[in-house]
Ligand binder design. Sequence first.
Ligand SMILES: [Zn+2]
Length: 159
Amino acid sequence: MNRKEHVMNAALLGIGLGYVLHPAGDTTTFYTIVEVGVPVILGALFPDVDTAFGKHRKTLHNLPVLALFYVFPMVFGNLQFVWIGILTHYALDMLGSKRGLALFYPYEKEFGAPFGVSVSSNYATMVTLAVTAFELVVAALFVNRQFLVHAGLTAVGIQ
Ligand SMILES: [Zn+2]
């Protein structure tokens, strides 16, 4: 996808995550949107740096780079949430392009979804919004997993 779609996806994801983490819609929700949203937008911009440095859709579009940004906060205590931006960038590129990503770079083979739309397609915005909505559903399920497990167990009479 292009920069516009990546920023739109990351900004909406940041807002959505703010509400997933603090549904009240109060000051804490707004604070969380800024806290999570800004690093997610920065992370979403990062992989395409490989258009200038390295091979595009390979050098900075792979799982080792994602792992690096996931582990970074645990070691250095900063760059929290940037990995979410990197991850959503990959998701959007895999669905929003006919080309795949070299996920296991330096192994060069590119992996992509079989039903991707082309970057310049009129559907680019629609695909971006659909991917964002799907990601927020996954995030909400993950954040509320204990509640859901509890509700499920109660529903089947185990708890
Ligand atoms: Zn990209």
